[in-house]
Design a protein around this ligand. Structure first.
Ligand code: A3P
Length: 285
């Protein structure tokens, strides 16, 4: 598998970010607080978009507040800085972001009143975005040609495992008061309405003007220019800036420019096996 990944309980994680100890620590020892807000996603599903939305909601739409989100579940915090200590210094309510599948999430989340906002995106667009991203970020290995990457994606042989398992696991929490899910496609179709729904879930009253500011500052074009969220400041040792950027295209349906019809059908087959039982219709269905 190369040296880029570690395997923990059968799942791959980037070695740059995790060790078995850090994952075990956050699963068994990390103390979730009732006022924590978690941004949870499978990679390439709109993580940074939702982070920007949540950060803006948190500061009443004022973009002059620097975004500061604790990289709480990654190795540097835990190994060199003691993650719990760092997390404790973060002013409440903490906004925490994670790609963890439910089975690796802190056990102390169960029974807590901490809120989770789970954003998901069409798996075909996730594959497309993820494939490009593996060539930009050094945390990922080169999985080879597109077809090899697709095979790895379908079998969960990529960091954070199977999209299908991730989505099915987290969506199992729907119906719980502290769990909210939304799709990338809904954010695109109606960002204003989505921001209003998210604010309501967070119990945060925003004026019409504040909502407009969130919408404006979380737009693709504004985020692309904003160095606090466009990854332009990520050091070269982690990212090859010559190969692309985080805010790549920001559209739905770009998979049609990458995947063949046959590859699309292979995704459909696995999708149907996993998702039929969920009984949810998504914008891309
Ligand atoms: P593309 O690669 O398809 O362009 P993540 O943050 O989970 O890594 O997801 C990155 C994807 O979200 C990228 O998709 C990126 O362009 C898209 N994205 C980020 N901010 C966005 C925004 N404001 N509007 C639309 N898409 C956005």
């Amino acid at each position: 598998m190369g040296t880029e990944y570690i395997t923990y309980k059968g799942m791959l994680f980037p070695r740059l970010d995790y060790s078995p100890e850090t994952i075990s620590y956050l699963q068994s020892e990390f103390q979730v607080r009732d006022d924590d807000v978690f941004n949870v996603t499978y990679p390439k599903s709109g993580t940074n978009w939702m982070l920007e939305i949540l950060s803006l909601i948190r500061c009443d739409g004022d973009p002059s507040w620097a975004r500061s989100v604790l990289n709480w579940d990654r190795a540097p915090w835990i190994e060199s800085n003691n993650g719990q200590e760092a997390a404790l210094k973060y002013p409440p309510p903490r906004l925490l972001s994670s790609h963890m599948p439910l089975q690796f999430f802190p056990r102390s989340f169960q029974g807590s009143r901490a809120k989770v906002i789970y954003t998901l995106r069409s798996p075909k667009d996730v594959v497309t975005s993820y494939y490009h991203f593996t060539h930009i970020m050094h945390a990922f290995k080169d999985h080879g040609p597109l077809d090899a990457f697709l095979q790895d994606f379908l079998s969960g042989n990529v960091p954070y495992g199977s999209w299908f398992d991730h989505v099915a696991g987290w969506l199992g929490l729907r119906g719980q008061d502290n769990f909210f899910y939304i799709t990338y496609e809904e954010l695109q179709q109606d960002l204003r309405g989505s921001v209003q729904r998210i604010s309501r879930f967070l119990g945060k009253e925003l004026s019409e003007q504040q909502i407009s500011s969130v919408v404006e500052n979380a737009s693709f074009q504004t985020m692309r220019r904003n160095k606090m969220c466009n990854f332009s400041e990520v050091p070269d040792e982690f990212m090859d800036h010559s190969k692309g950027q985080l805010l790549r295209k920001g559209v739905s349906g770009d998979w049609k420019n990458l995947l063949s019809e046959e590859q699309g059908r292979r995704i459909d087959t696995v999708y149907q096996e996993w998702m039929q039982g969920l009984g949810i219709t998504f914008p891309w269905d």
